[in-house]
Design a protein around this ligand. Structure first.
Ligand code: ZN
Length: 169
């Protein structure tokens, strides 16, 4: 009998609870990093970047895109850090990847959905790269840099086929 995913994950979590109990419970991530990346199951930054427990704050959405929701999330995270009097100096890492499912939404039937998601109009989509991950990464890093002032924003491209990560920005 196969387990449901949630049942399987409950078993796995029970096997990890003792290790988690022994970890640092600092509210400050060890690497002082926020990683924004795609929700794709192949792109988990714990696996791709080797993030360990407590290393970084991770935000994920389709494409790892800098959407209005992400900007609002970063504002709330910044407020939480201020309330908790964390030391600051966070680096934001944006990671896009090859073979992203978003690249398959380039047809006319998805223009409305994509425009809404990316905070633009159907005509405005021409200015927002979706198909080429190097272009979408450069676009989003530039957009985020314009919003966050002196906070470093780094752009990484993960090649799913080779398993390698390259720094583009
Ligand atoms: Zn993706």
């Amino acid at each position: 009998m196969s387990l449901l995913a949630s049942d399987e994950l409950m078993v796995r979590s029970s096997q990890r609870s003792e290790r988690l109990r022994l970890l640092s419970h600092s509210t400050e991530p060890a690497l002082k990093a926020v990683v924004l990346t795609c929700a794709d199951h192949r792109v988990d930054p714990a696996h791709v970047l080797g993030l360990e427990p407590n290393d970084a704050v991770v935000l994920r959405n389709p494409g790892g895109r800098v959407t209005g929701d992400v900007v609002r999330s970063l504002l709330v995270l910044s407020a939480v850090a201020a309330v908790e009097q964390l030391s600051g100096g966070v680096e934001i890492i944006v990671m896009h990847h090859t073979d992203c499912g978003m690249s398959r939404l380039g047809g006319p039937e998805h223009r409305g959905l994509l425009a809404d998601y990316l905070g633009t109009t159907a005509d405005g989509l021409a200015e927002v790269p979706v198909i080429d991950p190097a272009l979408s990464l450069r676009h989003d890093v530039a957009a985020l840099r314009a919003l966050v002032g002196t906070t470093p924003v780094i752009g990484l491209l993960f090649d799913v086929g080779s398993g390698t990560v390259h720094r583009l920005e």
